[in-house]
Write a protein that binds this ligand. Structure first.
Ligand code: SF4
Length: 217
């Protein structure tokens, strides 16, 4: 079986398991999603969703953020961790969006990654969720699970993204990434994956023995 065949099976199985999978960050427009995603670095989505309502009530537009004091933004996001860096990035990226992109969240990975604090992971998420373009959000869940399935090798996000882009149907890629996050939380956990109840077991290169925690090749 080719990697493309295995990927198609994984895509279909996760579509069945999570028919409504979507980004777990709460946002009402592309700018809010971009900011929420920046806040989610080294923080849980649930925590981000707790702080963003007040933040987005105080700062409603790109201009509002672009002209904000970083210290005031920082107070709203203190509990998300790295809050000074994140506040700096949010204000700076909004200035760049205002000055370089007419106030609209840009629509290419190259332009998005030119923004302060925005890497390929976030850029891919915006491309998939906002612009409905092929997107591979290469986070820890995607790397771990596709490594285990034998669909990717290595931990370097860019390399894994390129490997997955070669084998996944482009129109399925964005939703698959949301589903694999949920699958990583529910089944293929970092510690003690639930291989016994896993619907991908038949195509997995690395099933774990529950008792011995050994790899069955
Ligand atoms: S069989 Fe186990 S290691 Fe493989 S994908 Fe399923 S839960 Fe993960």
């Amino acid at each position: 079986m080719t990697k493309k065949d295995k990927m198609a099976i994984a895509v279909e199985a996760l579509e069945k398991r999570y028919p409504d999978a979507k980004c777990s960050l709460t946002a009402e427009n592309p700018l809010q999603l971009l900011i929420a995603t920046r806040l989610s670095a080294q923080c849980t989505d649930a925590r981000v969703n707790l702080v963003t309502p007040a933040l987005f009530e105080r700062f409603k537009t790109c201009d509002d953020f672009a002209s904000a004091q970083e210290s005031e933004v920082a107070e709203y996001i203190r509990s998300c961790g790295l809050y000074k860096t994140k506040a700096h990035d949010i204000v700076e990226m909004c200035r760049q969006i205002r000055d370089n992109f007419g106030g609209e969240v840009p629509d290419s990975i190259e332009k998005l990654t030119s923004l302060s604090g925005i890497g390929r992971k976030t850029a891919n998420l915006i491309m998939g969720d906002v612009y409905r373009q092929p997107a591979v959000v290469t986070d820890t869940h995607l790397i771990r699970i596709t490594n285990r399935l034998g669909l990717s090798q290595g931990k370097e996000p860019y390399k894994v993204e390129m490997q997955i882009r070669k084998i996944i149907a482009p129109e399925k890629s964005s939703d698959f990434c949301h589903r694999i996050v949920q699958f990583g939380r529910d089944v293929c956990k970092a510690q003690s994956p639930k291989c016994d109840e896993c619907e991908l077991k038949s195509i997995c290169s690395q099933k774990f023995d529950k008792k011995a925690e050994k790899t069955k090749k």
